[in-house]
Design a protein around this ligand. Structure first.
Ligand SMILES: C[S@@+](CC[C@H](N)C(=O)[O-])C[C@H]1O[C@@H](n2cnc3c(N)ncnc32)[C@H](O)[C@@H]1O
Ligand code: SF4
Length: 356
């Protein structure tokens, strides 16, 4: 069997920056798109020449991958060596997806799309500063299906300013009606350095977010989705292989600016800005910004932290009695495994801190 190996491509462009977002993306550098895709291709070619393993999953994320020329992006994606039936996902913003995008992606073997839906309440979307509305989401989903991409993830955010629990209920219900096979729901996080961080009046409330998490879990479970990682629900068999690989500490190679890679305990990441990335590739220099080697102990702890986020949990014997005591009441014993309790799922960061 081929060893799991993930490939990530980063597309650092957006039409405008959402004021809660701290990802490596720019809205004022769209003139670099062509040069960036050339550089991305060159970095991939370089790695192929060095004997890159065959990928078992590919994820194109951003930024907004659907903002760049779909034919050009498809060409880059198609150059990645993959096993048969590889899960191949492209992240898209609903407002920038057309049937032509979907057709180009399909030609490159893409079989899964992840839409940044965030909310199905028009007022909440506006408060989040998004460029789409609930109808745009339904259209994007229809475009995907009309061209034959049926594996769909919908990303949601809860806890935006002015979002009531009823708005959130409506969002989940409308999302279920769209019949995706995967839903990711993230608590709005106040990231340092973002405009949201400077505006405490719009900061989310912990109790409100806990209620919304539990409501999402109840409604999605009732509709047949399984919560297989704290923020992720899937129909059985539709879990995201690429994310599972991250949570299982698998090896992966990230291409593009700010992309992270991991190989057997060595982690490294590329320079952050697209400008610098393009320049370094053009002069045939390394784009690696920095690296770290994880000690065996660090790897063990990170492995526990990551596995505990998932439904698989960790084997009973992986935790000492002292660890178990430390994690009470955030964990429960489930047969031969230890998994998070509902309280633990709500306080996942606390679990990570206690295991540190
Ligand atoms: C980096 S974005 C890329 C996808 C796409 N550009 C979009 O925003 O729709 C991936 C996902 O991260 C989530 N996200 C981004 N910033 C967040 C924040 N501050 N708190 C919670 N979730 C966030 C959103 O759900 C988003 O769909
Ligand atoms: S569209 Fe997505 S990646 Fe771009 S700024 Fe908004 S949240 Fe960040």
């Amino acid at each position: 069997m081929t060893s799991p190996y993930g490939v990530y491509l980063h597309i650092p462009f957006c039409s405008r920056r959402c004021d809660y977002c701290a990802f490596a993306t720019w809205s004022d550098r769209n003139h670099l798109q062509d040069a960036y895709l050339d550089a991305l291709q060159a970095e991939i070619n370089r790695e192929i020449r060095l004997g890159m393993p065959v990928a078992t999953s590919v994820f194109v994320g951003g930024g907004t991958p659907s903002l760049v020329d779909p034919e050009r992006l498809a060409h880059v994606v198609a150059s990645i060596p993959v096993i048969e039936n590889t899960e191949l996902t492209i992240e898209c913003n609903p407002e920038s997806v057309t049937p032509e995008h979907v057709a180009a992606y399909m030609n490159a073997g893409v079989n899964r799309l992840s839409f940044g839906v965030q909310s199905m309440s028009a007022a909440t979307l506006e408060a989040l500063g998004r460029d789409h509305n609930p109808e745009t989401v339904s259209e994007a989903v229809a475009h995907a299906r009309s061209r034959g991409i049926n594996r769909l993830n919908l990303d949601l955010i809860y806890g935006g300013a002015g979002e009531s629990i009823e708005d959130w209920r409506e969002t989940i219900q409308r999302v279920i009606t769209l019949n995706p096979d995967h839903v990711s729901a993230y608590a709005l996080t106040v990231e340092a350095g973002t405009p949201l961080a400077d505006d405490p009046a719009r900061h989310p409330d912990d109790d409100d977010q806990a209620d919304k998490y539990l409501l999402a879990d109840a409604l999605l479970s009732e509709a047949g989705f399984v919560n297989y990682e704290i923020s992720n629900w899937a129909r059985p068999g539709q879990e995201c292989e690429h994310n599972l690989l991250y949570w299982r500490q698998g090896n992966y190679r990230g291409f593009g600016c700010a992309a992270h890679s991991h190989h057997d305990g060595r982690r490294w990441w590329n320079v952050r800005t697209p400008d610098r990335y393009i320049d370094l590739i053009a002069s045939d220099e390394s784009v690696e910004a920095s690296a770290e080697e994880l000690s065996p102990d660090r790897q063990r702890i990170e492995g526990l932290q990551l596995s505990l986020r998932t439904r698989e949990g960790v084997p009973r014997e992986a935790l000492s009695d002292a660890d178990l005591q430390l994690l009470e009441p955030l964990i429960v014993i489930d047969g031969e495994s230890i998994v998070l309790s509902t309280e633990g799922r709500l306080l996942a960061n606390e679990v990570a801190v206690r295991l540190r």
